[in-house]
Design a binder for this molecule. Structure first.
Ligand code: SF4
Ligand code: SF4
Length: 344
């Protein structure tokens, strides 16, 4: 397994993409991570209800079937979200997964009913206190990480690194990553209108006199109140820090697995500026690109970014997507920011 190498099959509107994906996995050795008897976590993003931009279930069905044919015990898995939409607890998450077409295999919510199932693992960087790995991921023997490449308002883009760093940990570690950002209320601009109070999903802002105060330790530093304030009085600062945190958490999760037990597949179709975690589709700014496979989250995201005009995402979201990759490299993750890409 050459971690510097990425295999790629271009999207072909006149081709059978399922058959092409099968050829891709065989070239890339995607299933080499599976030994007979392994409990194999297939980490996906089940998609937020209402947003059609997620990896089509039939691709996952093939991966499940192939793992089974090799004697593995596959299960689909994802963790609960911190924000209170349709994947916030295991019940809603499983219902969303079924509604989005993932009812064909066991779907295990990795961190439990309300995110109580996590195992504290050492953080590879002082940026995070520890990395609380979602229990079902922590206990799996192997993992195949299937990601949908897209933009993200806080982290610039979401690919394999984010699918692992934010998607394989408990709410505690999710919140810790988000709170690396600073939130500032510019009181001199605040008009005391209360829009931010209404907008926040947790009712955290409060008005003191005529100005908003946001000082709750439960504030997840999301973009909701800052984007809804008509005066531009709320800003998120130190934007790079959450990108760094995602990479630190991803490395912490990867360190749980022995070498050669995790492989990665990235789908670059329906690429929009908005993440699959939003209930809206967002702007699909480029044509469908293709599917990538690799044994390194660093290499696969690096190859993907070069194909999706990531500078556009940098511009839209005001961060540099490359920060995630630079941090992974600094943390000693296998792979390269300039991987060799082989077309299948
Ligand atoms: S929305 Fe903006 S202006 Fe209105 S109370 Fe909140 S911070 Fe102040
Ligand atoms: S950033 Fe604003 S909207 Fe988001 S949790 Fe904090 S107070 Fe609420």
């Amino acid at each position: 397994m050459d971690a510097d190498k990425v295999y790629f099959v271009p999207w072909n509107m006149n081709g059978d993409m399922l058959e092409r994906s099968k050829a891709l996995y065989e070239s890339a050795g995607t299933f080499d991570v599976v030994s007979p008897g392994d409990k194999v976590a297939i980490k996906l993003h089940a998609g937020e209800l209402g947003n059609p931009n997620y990896v089509r279930p039939f691709f996952l069905k093939h991966i499940v079937d192939r793992v089974r044919s090799l004697g593995g015990k596959p299960f689909l898995t994802d963790s609960t979200t911190y924000y209170p939409l349709k994947r916030n607890n295991a019940v809603d998450h499983m219902e969303t997964a079924v509604a989005n077409g993932f009812g064909f295999a066991p779907f295990i919510v990795a961190d439990g009913l309300m995110s109580e199932n996590g195992v504290s693992r050492p953080s590879p960087d002082p940026l995070l206190e520890d990395v609380e790995v979602a229990g079902a991921v922590d206990q799996a023997d192997a993992m195949i990480v299937v990601s949908h490449l897209k933009g993200h308002p806080l982290t610039g883009f979401g690919g394999a690194i984010k699918n692992v760093g934010m998607g394989c940990v408990t709410k505690k570690t999710k919140l810790e990553q988000h709170r690396l950002l600073d939130l500032v209320v510019h009181q001199e601009h605040c008009q005391g209108c209360g829009v931010c109070v209404e907008a926040c999903w947790f009712d955290l802002p409060r008005l003191e006199g005529d100005v908003a105060v946001i000082d709750s330790p439960n504030c997840m530093r999301c973009p909701i109140c800052s984007s809804s304030c008509p005066e531009g009085a709320i800003t998120l600062e130190n934007r790079d820090k959450i990108l760094l945190g995602v990479s630190v958490a991803a490395k912490g999760v990867m360190d749980v697995f022995p070498p050669g037990k995790v492989s990665y597949v990235n789908f670059a179709n329906d690429v929009s500026t908005v993440c699959d975690c939003a209930p809206v589709q967002g702007d699909k700014y480029i044509k469908d690109v293709g599917i990538f496979a690799s044994h390194s989250p660093l290499s696969i995201d690096a190859a993907g970014l070069e194909h999706i005009e990531y500078e556009h995402l940098n511009q839209v979201h005001g961060v540099d997507c490359q920060v995630q990759l630079v941090k992974m490299q600094e943390l000693g993750a296998a792979g390269s920011r300039q991987p060799t890409v082989e077309k299948v």
